[in-house]
Every structure is written in structure tokens, then in C-alpha cells.
Ligand binder design. Structure first.
Ligand SMILES: Cc1ncc(COP(=O)(O)O)c(C=O)c1O
Length: 466
């Protein structure tokens, strides 16, 4: 006899698999917009409760056509992974089990699985095996956590305890960052009191990579506590700062080097693209995401810090009502800002287990090859220009030239999204508006690239005809 719970959870599971099975045949963009969906949901606070099955069926009925199809094989918007089914199933269990994965002893399964996932991540990314990993919501928070550890260590080196005494009256810290760094870093810097505006920016080249001469000049210009922020995977070009050149220069001056590799750090997980990250292991901290290239369901980021003590000092909290920390054990919440937290290590473990080292390497290599294919198809069409050298999975495409290029590019993006064969968004790259194509899904194949390129070219031809 099926219980109410069986019926409820089976309905959710059936709806989930029906969605996944059919998503490739749907428009890659949402069919209904925000206002339409809001009108369906917007009611006063319900005075009485509703049976869970009715709640679920209302949710499915009212939300389904307002979903972005990030699990569609032709979804190229931003860098959004396709949420691997094994990770999704594990994530269902995380919700069903309702673990608060803060501590070691009260939730042993969550803590043990996260610890194993930590080791796997360091192995796959070939980073120091003694580094610590904080499992956070996203790369923005991962950047903030890693930069908090940086702040702690560079100030401790000059005798200042920032966790105890804050930044009031602290020795100034120089923060050096590339001109084309991701917006999330500025958000992270403002969160930790370093200020988004008081950074020193370093000149970059056409691919958004820091020029070694710019760093050399900045390093000559001053001493003192210093943090250098580098990038693995520039958002528009996918390119990488020259780590092997930059990191030793900065470390020789005592700087902490942090690398934002939200998606690009995963190039390290494949022999075909490992070279792009050469030397990155010499940095002090790294931020990357699970929910981008690794296909872990939302939300999941990793703050990786070589200096475990600095990481712990920046994040650990304890109170008498919490489980005792005997020392030595890996306490999941001690590496992240939250105390109560979702057991993110579980879907990470499941996704890595399902893909395996080979599957991850294959995913990164394949999407890089597919990005080249997309770039070649589009660049062959008159009036379409690929603005970046495609090194990984980003293709930045401009339509037309001169003053009209921005409007034309925006029109093509709107037409492509409305037509629905594929989905791509827009971005500003070195003063030019581009269609930004990110190939990051384990589901995308060559036929998807060809169909999508045909749809984009058709939209461009239609825009030209007016
Ligand atoms: C290079 C880079 N850094 C940081 C981020 C921020 O990541 P998240 O959205 O997980 O906070 C992104 C997101 O696209 C990114 O591409």
C-alpha cells in the first residue's frame, strides 16, 4: 500500500524524470516570463495549510513553463552546468535526510562524505593534497572565504590579528587584480572590507590575461602586506593568466596569490588542457565551482586554501552548546561562513563518482572541441566575428561592424532566445557587445553545435534582412 509519503515523493521523482527526458525537445529559453509566473503565484499568505501533494501539483503546474532550460543540451548561457542526474538524486536525499552538516559528530555520514570529496577534488585538480576545501554556495563566496584567509595571513605576518581586531587601524593591504577580473571578486573584496575601489588594477592583453610587465612594475612600486588575484578562465575569452610567470614574482615579494577559477580551474582535470593551468598549483588559494563545469546541482562552490591554519582562523566559530572539537577532526563548518548548512559534499561525491576522472577529463576536452567547432561555424558566415581565441569553452561573437554592431548583436541574441533552438546571452567584451556562448554541459554533442550554429546564422540573416 502506497503511503502519502510514497505518493508525494514518487510524484516529484516522476515529474523530475519527465522533465529531464523531454527537456531537449523544448525551447531552450523559458516560455513564460517573470510577470506571468508572478501573477500565478502572487497571493496573500495562505491562512490554512494545504496537503503536500496539492502543493507539489500546484508548483509543477504553475512553474514549469517559466524554467530556464539549463539542463538542455543546447544551453550556452553563462557557465551553468547541467546538474548531473547522480548529483540530483543525491541532492534529493540530502533534502530528504535533512542533515545540518555543520559538525563532525552529529552528522557523521555528511562529514565523512565531504571529507572524501575534499580529497577527490584536490586530486582531480592536482592541488596540494594538504590544502583545505570549504564547501560553499558559489564561487563568489569561495572567493570571499579564500580572500579572508589571505587577509588573515598577510596581516598576521606583520603582527596584526584581523579576526580579533578587525581592519580599523590595521596596516594597509595592497590588492592587485587584473583589469578583466570577474565582478564577483569585487563583490568578495567589498564583503571582507578590502573595498572594491581601492584595488590596484593590472593591465591585460586582448585575451584578458595580466601582462607580466604590469605585475613587475606594481611589485616594484611598493612593499608591505599584499594579495595578488589571478584568473583561470576569463569570463568572455576563457583564457588564463600566465601563472608560471606571475606567481613566483609575487611570492618572492611575500604576496598571497589567490586564483579565481570558477570554471577554468577544471582545465586542470584533463591532459588535453592541463597546460593552460601550468604553475597554478604554486598559488596560496583557489576558488572554483561545483555547479559549473563539474555539473554538480546548484548550489555548490569550493574555497581551497593551501594554508589550512589561515583558512580555519578566518572561518571557525564555536560555542558551548555545539559539539566539542577535540582537535584534528575535519569540521565541515570550520571552513565556511555558515554554521547551519546543506550537506553539499554529498552531491559532489555522487557527481564525481558518476563521472569518474575519465568522465570529467572527457567532459572538459569535449566541450573545448565543441567550442572550437562553434567558433569555426560562426566565423565562416559573413558579418559574424569571433572576438576571442578559443582556448577552452568560451566563444564571444559580434554581429556586424561599426556603430550598429551593438544593436545588431542584441537583436540576434533576442531572436535566438525567442526561437529557442539554443540559448546564449550577451556580454560586454573590451567595449564591444557580444553574444557569449559557453559550452559547459555534459549533454552537448557535435549535432547540437551544428543545429545551434544554423539557428544563430539564420537569426543573423533575418536581422540583416530587417
Ligand atoms: C570567472 C568567474 N568567477 C566567478 C564567478 C562567480 O561564480 P558564482 O556565480 O558561482 O558566484 C563566475 C561566474 O560566472 C565566473 O565565471
Amino acid at each position: 500500500m502506497a503511503t502519502d509519503l510514497d505518493r508525494l515523493f514518487s510524484t516529484a521523482a516522476a515529474a523530475a524524470s519527465a522533465f529531464r527526458d523531454s527537456v531537449g525537445a523544448l525551447s531552450a529559453a523559458p516560455e513564460a516570463g517573470f510577470d506571468e509566473i508572478l501573477a500565478r503565484f502572487e497571493t496573500p499568505v495562505p491562512e490554512q495549510g494545504t496537503k503536500p501533494e496539492a502543493v507539489l501539483s500546484e508548483l509543477l503546474e504553475k512553474a514549469s513553463d517559466g524554467l530556464m532550460k539549463s539542463t538542455h543540451p543546447r544551453f550556452f548561457g553563462w557557465v551553468i552546468g547541467a546538474s548531473h542526474p547522480a548529483g540530483v538524486a543525491a541532492d534529493f536525499m540530502v533534502s530528504a535526510w535533512g542533515q545540518n552538516a555543520a559538525f563532525h559528530s552529529p552528522t557523521p555520514a555528511a562529514a565523512a562524505i565531504e571529507q572524501v570529496a575534499e580529497g577527490w577534488l584536490l586530486d582531480l585538480l592536482d592541488l596540494p593534497r594538504t590544502a583545505s576545501v570549504g564547501f560553499v554556495t558559489c564561487a563568489t563566496v569561495a572567493n570571499a572565504v579564500a580572500l579572508s584567509a589571505a587577509r588573515s595571513r598577510v596581516l598576521a605576518n606583520v603582527g596584526w590579528d584581523v579576526e580579533a581586531d578587525g581592519l580599523f587601524g590595521a596596516p594597509p593591504v595592497r590588492v592587485l587584480i587584473g583589469e578583466d577580473a570577474h565582478s564577483s571578486l569585487f563583490s568578495s573584496l567589498q564583503m571582507i572590507g578590502f573595498g572594491a575601489r581601492r584595488v590596484e588594477t593590472l593591465a591585460t592583453d586582448a585575451q584578458g590575461r595580466i601582462k607580466p610587465a604590469a605585475l613587475e612594475a606594481a611589485l616594484k612600486a611598493g612593499e608591505g602586506p599584499m594579495v595578488l588575484i589571478l584568473g583561470a578562465g576569463q569570463i568572455n575569452t576563457g583564457d588564463f593568466d600566465p601563472f608560471a610567470d606571475l606567481i613566483p614574482q609575487a611570492k618572492a615579494k611575500g604576496a598571497w596569490v589567490h586564483v579565481d577559477g570558477a570554471f577554468g580551474l577544471w582545465a586542470r582535470a584533463t591532459p588535453t588542457h592541463w597546460h593552460l593551468t601550468e604553475g597554478v598549483e604554486q598559488a596560496d588559494s583557489w576558488a572554483t565551482d561545483g555547479h559549473k563545469y563539474l555539473q554538480v546541482p546548484y548550489d555548490c562552490g569550493f574555497a581551497i586554501v593551501a594554508d589550512r591554519a589561515a583558512h580555519l582562523k578566518a572561518m571557525t566559530q564555536w560555542a558551548s552548546y555545539l559539539p566539542t572539537m577535540s582537535g584534528g577532526e575535519r569540521v565541515p563548518s570550520a571552513f565556511v561562513p555558515e554554521l547551519s548548512r546543506r550537506a553539499r559534499g554529498i552531491p559532489v561525491w555522487a557527481t564525481i563518482k558518476a563521472l569518474g576522472r575519465d568522465g570529467i577529463a572527457d567532459l572538459v576536452s569535449r566541450t573545448a572541441t565543441l567550442s572550437q567547432r562553434m567558433a569555426a561555424r560562426l566565423a565562416a558566415e559573413p558579418g559574424i566575428s569571433v572576438l576571442n581565441t578559443v582556448v577552452l569553452n568560451q566563444v564571444s561573437v559580434a554581429f556586424g561592424t561599426g556603430n550598429e554592431a551593438r544593436a545588431l548583436t542584441e537583436q540576434v541574441i533576442a531572436a535566438v532566445q525567442a526561437e529557442g533552438t539554443c540559448f546564449a546571452g550577451g556580454s560586454l567584451w573590451h567595449d564591444r557587445w557580444v553574444m557569449r556562448i559557453s559550452v559547459s554541459s555534459q549533454l552537448t554533442r557535435a549535432a547540437d553545435i551544428d543545429r545551434s550554429a544554423d539557428a544563430i546564422i539564420a537569426a543573423w540573416r533575418a536581422v540583416q534582412r530587417g
